[in-house]
Ligand binder design. Sequence first.
Ligand code: NDP
Length: 255
Amino acid sequence: MTHPFDLTGRRALVTGSSRGIGLAVARSLLEAGAHVIIHGRAAAGAEATAAALAEEFGDAAVSAAAFDVTDEASVVDGIDDIEAVDPLDILVNNAGVQHREPLLDVAVEDWDRVLRTNLTSAFLVGRTAARQMIARGDGAIVNICSVQTELARPTIAAYTAAKGGLRNLTRAMTAEWAGQGVRVNGVAPGYIRTELTQALVDDEEFNAWVLGRTPSGRWGEPEDIGGAVVWLASSAASFVSGQVVFVDGGMTAVV
Ligand code: NDP
């Protein structure tokens, strides 16, 4: 009997998987048997990561794609190219950026860039992929949210607004697409050690705050996130849609 978490025969795109959380999620999907398309802005980065994974998982298990998730024409071309090869069954909207500055000082350009990369991208990539998934009556989308989906901290307002919006976009997509076979859920990581957060890990005061504020008493690692994504993408979650799973060492459970 096939294990309900088994993703053999499924094809998954993880945006922003050239490194960080996206790369770890890609590994988890590969371990579950999926074919994974490694993605980044630059083709060279995505191809290099895909080549390294192919050595471990085999050439047939991995491919690469590059497009800017904030640009609709690039997104449509990118998804068309992927669908021209084989159907896309699983989409993980992971690409994201942060901008840290007091809200009173944030330039509109920085606000727009953060909203566009973390929120508008999920709308653009999500609906482009969903058009094909709906036509087939089958698909799973996982939006990578954040503890900032639930909690606010100073100096990260645009990101907080974007990730809160992404939670409600997950619900809105479910409202429109779940009846047509496309489930949409979110995974909200706590503080995870990646390039995005390296400056915070290196900041003694911030590091102490994270360790004290996280009941598990540690930073998360990118490898902590993949299990929840695999579950939500798999048939084990076939009646789960519109939800966000917090993978945060208990941070959002306590005050
Ligand atoms: P990284 O900075 O390590 O990686 C970001 C990835 O996104 C890269 O692959 C990058 O590709 C890609 N990307 C950024 N902008 C674009 C764009 N316009 N078009 C295409 N790809 C793009 O980030 P993390 O791994 O830390 O974060 C991944 C996700 O997890 C983000 O959504 C983040 O908000 C979320 N998250 C992270 C947490 C953490 O503590 N690290 C906590 C909670 C959520 P390229 O190589 O081309 O730049």
